[in-house]
Design a protein around this ligand. Sequence first.
Ligand code: 6R9
Length: 662
Amino acid sequence: MGDMSREAAEAAIDVLLQERREFPPPAEFVSQAVVSDPGVYDQAEADLDGFWLEKTRSLLDWFQEPTTGLEWDPPHCTWFADGVLNVSHNCLDRHVAAGRGGKVAYQFVPEPVDEEERAITYAELLADVCRMANALRGLGVGKGDVVGIYMGMVPELPVAMLACARIGAPHVVVFGGFSAESLGERLESTGARVLITQDEAWRKGAGVPLKTTADEAAKLAPSVESMVVLRRTGADVPMQEGRDHWWHDLVPGQADTCEPERVEAEHMLYALHTSGTTAKPKAAVHTSGGYLTYVALTHRWIFDIHDDDVWWCAADIGWVTGHSYIVYGPLTNGATGILYEGDPMFPGPERHWQIIEQHKVTQYYTAPTLIRAFIKSGPDIPERHDLTSLRLLGTVGEPINPEAWVWYWKYIGGERCPVVDTWWQTETGGILISPLPAIVTQKPGSATRPFPGIAASVVDDQGKAVEPGKGGYLVITRPWPGMFRTLYRDDERYVSNYFARFDERTYFPGDGSRQDEDGDFWLLGRVDDVMNVSGHRLSTIELESTLVEHPAVAEAAATAAPDSFTGQTPLCFVLLRAGYEPSDELAAELREWIGQKIGKIARPKAVIIADDLPKTRSGKIMRRLLKDIAEGHELGDTTTLRDPAVVDDLKRRADEVLAASR
Ligand code: 6R9
């Protein structure tokens, strides 16, 4: 067991995540906040149905108001089941009817720097949505018919989604970076009848060929009868007579009013596939009434949305973050949002700061992967811009390393803005664990508390709550309005994947977590990312956060390699910050750094200084591929990777170091 006792090693590991830095809500922020009464937690707890019924009535405009809240037949549930509404009416018509039609819904920032921006008001968006809804009806799409959408970040993407919502046709948006095979599989398995796409999307100054990919995909999905094609870059693309229609031929001549379909609260608004860290895609089904209520309230409360704010969620609409916090939450709240088309690093790493400065963005929400990329290019880039309009920052997508959190708070937030670390999933529809920024003290690396009405805990293998400080499985023990209701056409898998690990009342998200003495949650990543070194459970995020604390390291990924002596041993990959050169000495130093900071037990077999890490297209590290690399297996499916070439290089380098020590 080496020269460190088991207790000492465990204590060292436990200490790691007990980050002591704390950031209470700034007084000035609290005095202006949308919600600053800590009583909201008790209110929701005391009367869950009453809380949500009151919220849905005040946030939404129902054609028929619901009288029931939760109806629970575990594991299935409904919310507001007797209510009738239309989602696009809630996102658009009622704001226009209230005299707010002139307010900007989206400020569209195209990727090409020489192209003019477009400000799209609520009234304009409503007219565009009505025209598209009429066009879809003209193609024979009715209530319940699935429409596929495969587009870039252009205003016509939310127009297409809202047009579907207007006529009660569930949409299935597939991220524009996916391959023909991935798209085809998603269209085929959902039976999409129409596919809305564009000639090409802009990405890093080049055209991404969406239409030709869509043509390939359609061969795998015989259900697709028609395509609507937006002209964006002007590239010459093949159009199939009878099947394909140009947006500019089909849509502009339509009437600019369209009676919204009145749907029941539980009507399916959309299905969305989970982001692809697991092999077989699963399509989470979201509803109209419960989902919309949940995203509207979480958006307003967690991001502190005021009427004159300029909100920017920098995710892609192809992911759930974009569905909930670029489209449905912000529009329900009548907010103004930035819609940026392109790559965050195009034409250079200052693009986001320019946009924030120019449009006086007040809240900015992005992912740790991008924050780490900003760290890599250095603080002098944001420092050249006036970011003082910002009032609040948010992160989502992965555990954020405390070092990255503090960098974000300091260099982007000017040591002035609360930072909300928001934990949630495609399946959860909206944020479940996050500080309310005027109420909860923020701790770098912790998502802190469950949102009002959310019941979360950390349990062991048997489902028993673990003590504070101990790692375990995160579980959610009762439904919330925004949760997915099933997996599309696969309810059996819904039950077996999420409600069989413990019991049918307990939702198992698949993440590890621990709670500290204050009850705050520290997310540890997917449970299959935990390794076992000589009987010690080490989570990859602990190793990664320790590496990122080293001044040379911008980003780190840890995995476990089999070891005949200790069972498993960590293997780490790092990207360096600007100004550092790779060397064997530095790699050795990083290995020792972990040994010192966590304990010798955690010292990795090797630290490999890499040029890039294997990531999904939403920026999450693809851990099953790292595992394949460390275990010397053939690489599994790499089609959902952003850059498949990255893993081959890492595999070659890992094989070298592992062979040397085998
Ligand atoms: C919204 C989104 C879900 C998985 C989730 C977890 C990880 C997301 C996180 C986080 C730690 C956070 N995750 N937010 N881990 N802290 N704040 O990302 O949805 O693409 O479905 O991914 O992402 O592992 O289970 P999705």
